[in-house]
Design a protein around this ligand. Structure first.
Ligand SMILES: NC(=O)c1ccc[n+]([C@@H]2O[C@H](COP(=O)([O-])OP(=O)(O)OC[C@H]3O[C@@H](n4cnc5c(N)ncnc54)[C@H](O)[C@@H]3O)[C@@H](O)[C@H]2O)c1
Length: 383
């Protein structure tokens, strides 16, 4: 019998990684996952993705897990060498994903996000150069430039002026990534994003960057510093207090369900275009302000949430961000959204009480990253 082709997923126990693993496993791939549960080290025990890793290993016969650190060049190299050109698709989601946390340990943030990506690109070039390489980038590559758009304050949200070209469909890929405040996280992701593009342009490899808005879904191990909707829903259900940082709680995020995003990856893989860049968020059909998200939670629980409004915004935080996904839709017209904001919230609430994830052990909220910087060298077998 012919060997199954391999899909390699980094961050395989995280929100997007696990969704990709399940999707590709259903499609008949042998899936090789890389995840060292560094999310627990970034954000604490509540945010550990280890239960997801256990579930993947218990339920998917064609899933193989490696607790490798993407910074470990030799371990990455060895894994790619072992599977070689059987690797048909790489989905790289492993990351330090929080802009607030990055400032507490810049070396860790940069080496995980930028060097880790370079390690994977180089291993791909050497061992499976024809594979598709999908990178989960971020809208933070645009820094705080979106905050210079002409915005108007409405009752529950900030909005862009209705005569602006971005009003109808959101922000497109023409926005500059230069001369703006990114946060250290935004810079480490931009370094990776540029390198991913370069491997497409310089080496002709099938690389692509998806610049995510707010990626979400019931599979998120939400923490105060990352996974806004997931964490908000957990607070709504447990009655834990929630603090909104700045902009009067009217900042707007567009939300895309993990399943819709992974489906984008799949469409790209079916017909890859080297070095492409796509904005990927919920767009005009799935977005909310923080107040609107709180209202949606209260509507579903029937209880008022315990909200504190801090007048201090997170540094460089976007006031209004809605992704224009029309470039992707033009290149891949068979892709479409399955979820909008309402159906995402419905699903998160429906599954919250019947989840594979451990109950939330919420710690008091803090203004600064709650974990000590992790400056020790990488370790391939962190558990
Ligand atoms: N969630 C969002 O709102 C959002 C928005 C824009 C971009 N992104 C990007 O999308 C990607 C996926 O996001 P997510 O929400 O699924 O993140 P996540 O934190 O849920 O998953 C990332 C996984 O990577 C693992 N990981 C972290 N560092 C690692 C390392 N050094 N070696 C091996 N594994 C490591 C973590 O343990 C975690 O399980 C990230 O690259 C993130 O920057 C996320």
């Amino acid at each position: 019998m012919a060997e199954l082709n391999i899909a390699l997923v980094t961050g395989s126990a995280g929100l997007i990684g696990a969704e990709a693993v399940r999707c590709l496993s259903r499609k008949g791939f042998r899936v090789v996952g890389i995840d060292n549960d560094m999310r627990r080290r970034f954000f604490g025990d509540d945010a550990s993705t280890d239960p997801v890793r256990r579930d993947l290993q218990a339920t998917l016969a064609n899933y193989e897990h490696h607790a490798i650190d993407v910074r470990d060049q030799i371990a990455i190299e060895n894994l790619f060498e072992r599977h070689g050109s059987d690797i048909e698709l790489i989905i790289h989601t492993a990351a330090q994903p929080s802009h607030d946390w990055a400032a507490s340990a810049p070396h860790v943030d940069f080496t995980v996000n930028a060097t880790g990506t370079l390690n994977l690109l180089e291993a791909t070039r050497k061992h499976c150069p024809k594979a598709s390489f999908v990178f989960t980038s971020t809208n933070k590559v645009y820094g705080d430039t979106p905050n210079r758009l002409p915005l108007v304050e409405l009752e529950s949200r900030w909005e862009i002026e209705d005569n602006h070209p971005f009003f109808e469909h959101g922000i497109d890929e023409s926005m500059s990534v230069d001369q703006t405040k990114h946060s250290l996280f935004g810079v480490s992701k931009l370094a990776a994003d540029s390198m991913v593009q370069e491997y497409g342009r310089y080496f002709g490899m099938n690389t692509v960057c998806f610049r995510g808005g707010c990626l979400t879904g019931p599979g998120h191990c939400g923490a105060q510093l990352h996974g806004f909707l997931s964490y908000l829903v957990k607070c709504a259900i447990t009655g834990h207090p929630y603090t909104v940082y700045g902009y009067k709680g009217k900042q707007v995020r567009d939300n895309i369900h993990a399943n819709d995003l992974v489906n984008m990856f799949w469409h790209y893989h079916l017909n890859p275009r080297p070095g492409e860049v796509y904005n990927a968020g919920g767009g005009r059909q799935s977005n909310c302000s923080v107040w609107e998200a709180i209202a949606a939670c209260e509507e579903r629980t029937g209880n008022s949430m315990d909200i504190t409004l801090s007048d201090k915004n997170r540094i460089g935080d976007h006031i209004w961000y809605v992704s224009d996904t029309r470039k992707f839709q033009a290149h891949y017209p068979k892709w479409s959204y399955h979820y909008d904001f309402r159906s995402i919230m419905d699903e998160m609430f429906a599954l919250a009480s019947n989840s594979i994830f451990p109950p939330l052990l919420i710690h008091p909220q803090q203004d600064v990253p709650s974990r000590d910087p992790i400056n020790q060298p990488w370790n391939s077998n962190i558990s």
